[in-house]
Design a binder for this molecule. Sequence first.
Ligand SMILES: *Cc1c(COP(=O)(O)O)cnc(C)c1O
Length: 446
Amino acid sequence: MQGDTADTIPVPFSRTRIEELETRYPTPFHIYDEEAIRAGARRLYKAFSWVTGPDGKAGGFKNFFAVKALPNPYILRVLKEEGMGADCSSLPELLLADAVGIQGEDIMFTSNDTPAEEFVQAKKLGAVINLDDITHIDFLEKAAGIPDLVCFRYNPGDEYSHGNPIIGNPGEAKYGLTHDQILKAYEIARQKGAKRFGLHAMIVSNQREEEILADAARLLFSLAVEIHKKTGIRLEFINLGGGIGIPYAPADHQVNIEDYARKVHEVYNEIIVENGLAPIRIVMESGRAVTGPYGYLVSRVRHVTKKHRDYVGLDACMANLMRPALYGAYHHITVLGKENLPLDHVYDVTGSLCENNDKFAVKRPLPKIENNDILVIHNTGAHGHAMGFNYNGKLRSAEFLMQAGGTFKLIRRAETINDYFATLDYEGSDFSGFARKKTPSAILPQ
Ligand SMILES: *Cc1c(COP(=O)(O)O)cnc(C)c1O
């Protein structure tokens, strides 16, 4: 509980600006702050500017943005301009990366349970293929042939226990090769013609402790030394995966990215340089930390009701943001124009789904809320819109990019009922064209 102090977390737009936008586009919608995303990207790249490329020169670092976090080409284009690649795990994600000109080895294909046609497409695009299992070497060979460059995903199992409820313990995770498998895998891939090698692991999620993040790097660097000793293979890059956390709740620690990068650098010197393996490029697949804090879900209050608790019913629902329902995740909420009022009321903030877990907040101290107030839900820039679904006939919202000077650019329109019905073909009733055809028009809006 925050007591009755005012809301201190800023929002980069005013109620007036939202009301202007609403004259053309109804709530709910997500807004992503382009300038803040760019500033965060630059800070990350600066922190890791010590990473050298194969030529020993600076500039070896790259973040392959995890496309699943915010799969919108306008966002990918911004990130490409900031030097990022794309981490993809499906055919549509590969197509999105390709569409914005993220190509070749700027694409990391980190998939699992992968269909053959996706390996074919990844190879065709020249993407770095990151294999999730030892049997996938044969599978890839038959599907697409073994590329020059192959990466393997490592799973340290129960020896590594910093997991949290989102990703669980590595020992229970479906991903990656075990220690013994990965040593064999490099040998097999080399026998089959691979010449260049990378190593990957993603063993933390939403991790906010610099020390634990750096520990994951230590684990991989030590493995790189062992791989070299046992197989003679020198890795070209080590991919630290994603998992850098962000502060969702006001009291959460914010990762100090410079401190984290410094710690990784120390471990790199201690293990990689000391064992004569430098230079090895250090790359990562951060998604959440890149866009998460810079997204906002804007929603109007439909109904304030009093039952056994006090409820605020929004025009947004789980279709727009699943995390609170899925993980019990905290997302901060600001009531636009009421930032300075005391948080002296306690509400459950809900959507309209017929599921009681469709709540954005439970027992949350907020200022007194009235119908039509505008609520801003923070930190929706990753795994927000992207996770949306159509359960209960709910439609996914529009997305806007807030650009320099505060202009809003529509980067995805809201779904319509036509989109919802587009996959149905019911005995000649064309739901997708409900305005034209013999549909139950009496129950549909004009
Ligand atoms: C989800 C995922 C990421 C991104 O994780 P974040 O927590 O968004 O940084 C990176 N790599 C893989 C393989 C993933 O599944």
